[in-house]
Ligand binder design. Structure first.
Ligand SMILES: Nc1ncnc2c1ncn2[C@@H]1O[C@H](COP(=O)(O)OP(=O)(O)OP(=O)(O)O)[C@@H](O)[C@H]1O
Ligand SMILES: [Mg+2]
Length: 229
């Protein structure tokens, strides 16, 4: 199993008056090469769960093993290292740096890996052309349309050739045709042997023929089909 979560809990602001229990007793395993879609209303914990899978932060309690690395209770610098090696993360709000060009944004994850500038640009060119935004390469990110930003964010997530791709609401800012293209593109990564975990409200995503499994979240818990309601 490339992802193994056991009794995972996440509490934000633990012990503070603004404490929020965002995930409760999550048990989830994902096999290598699977494509899993997380579904659930706003606030149900999708981004929180993806953040743990994506090695952005560890759980408050429980066991999380990602790509064979036990990430629960690891010091942050290890978490960062595993994230760089294992994960491509497409953020719900993109997290692109507006004043930097698309090229600089996309190649940013390669800087700590010591990849040469020439190699960085070569890899970026290949991805930008695959995503049909090569013509925006030298534009500052803040000048891009929503759909272009979405594609640049996907290019950035793939630049380190990660075995696990996490995409949080990847079609939220796109219209029908473009949304379909993006989902097909993400689903195509599965054909390359990558593992994909996405969250979405969009039936286009959850209903995609390449999705192996849908996981429903409600109030921070996985809702099983036999639970009724
Ligand atoms: N950094 C944070 N600090 C405190 N509470 C947070 C934080 N991030 C999320 N939460 C809370 O945790 C719960 C789950 O949030 P999360 O963002 O995971 O939901 P979501 O399913 O991704 O929602 P959406 O569909 O709106 O993106 C919510 O109640 C939210 O208010
Ligand atoms: Mg979210």
């Amino acid at each position: 199993m490339i992802i193994e979560l056991e009794s995972v809990n996440k509490i934000y602001n633990l012990g503070e008056p603004n404490e929020v229990a965002a995930l409760h007793d999550i048990d989830l395993t994902v096999a290598e090469g699977e494509m899993v879609c997380l579904r659930g209303p706003s606030g149900s914990g999708k981004t929180t769960l993806l953040s743990i899978i994506g090695c952005i932060f560890g759980p408050t309690s429980g066991r999380a093993t990602i790509g064979g690395k036990r990430i629960s209770r690891l010091p942050d610098h290890f978490l960062t290292r595993y994230r760089r090696e294992l994960i491509g993360f497409v953020f719900q709000h993109f997290n692109m740096l507006g004043h930097l060009t698309v090229l600089d944004n996309v190649t940013l994850p390669l800087l700590p890996l010591g990849v040469s500038p020439r190699e960085r640009e070569k890899r970026a060119d290949a991805l930008l052309s695959k995503l049909a935004i090569g013509h925006r390469k030298h534009f500052p990110a803040r000048q891009l349309s929503g759909g272009e930003l979405q594609r640049a964010a996907i290019a950035r997530a793939l630049i380190n050739n990660p075995p696990i791709v996490v995409a949080d609401e990847p079609t939220a800012h796109l219209d029908g045709q473009l949304a379909r293209e993006i989902v097909d593109l993400l689903a195509g990564l599965k054909g390359e042997g990558r593992t994909l975990i996405l969250s979405s409200h969009d039936p286009l995503v959850a209903g995609h023929p390449r999705v192996d499994r849908i996981v429903d979240l409600r109030d921070g818990r996985i809702r099983h089909a036999d639970a009724g309601g």
